[in-house]
Each structure stands twice: as structure tokens, then as C-alpha cells.
Write a protein of this length. Structure first.
Length: 80
């Protein structure tokens, strides 16, 4: 990954979309994964050979979602 550090808060209305770009005379084919909202849009560009990096990102996102579910469940139980 090229170096860039950024921070953005996910909100319930955060959107994501995948766009596949075919090869042209100037560029090879690639996939864009966009995650965005009202003020911020992050685009991850993945070229052939980087599918495993996207799968690792997807596993990390699923792990984070599971942790948030546990936090929500604990909060509900504590207030009940």
C-alpha cells in the first residue's frame, strides 16, 4: 500500500460501492472500492494481484463489526 494516513468516522448512512474499470490504452484494469458519506469519500484502488489484500481488509472489517456488536450487546445488558 502506498503511504497515506487518514481518519474518518463511519456513520449509519455510510455508503460503499465497487466499480470495475476495464483496461484502456493508458491503464490496466483495476477495481475501485469507494467508502463515503456526506463530507468524505475514500477510494481504494486495487489492481490484479491484490485480491488477497482486499480479502484481508474484509476480514478485518468483519472482525471490527463483531466487536461493535459485542459492545452494543454489553451496553444493552448493562442498561437493562
Amino acid at each position: 500500500m502506498k503511504t497515506l494516513t487518514t481518519s474518518a468516522h463511519l456513520e449509519p448512512d455510510t455508503t460503499s460501492r465497487v466499480t470495475v474499470f476495464d483496461e484502456t490504452d493508458e491503464t490496466g484494469c483495476f477495481v475501485s472500492l469507494r467508502i463515503g458519506g456526506e463530507l468524505i469519500d475514500i477510494a481504494l484502488i486495487a489492481r490484479p494481484g491484490t485480491a488477497d489484500a482486499l480479502r484481508t481488509l474484509a476480514r478485518a472489517a468483519a472482525e471490527a463489526a463483531t466487536a461493535l456488536d459485542r459492545i452494543s450487546e454489553s451496553t444493552l445488558e448493562a442498561t437493562a
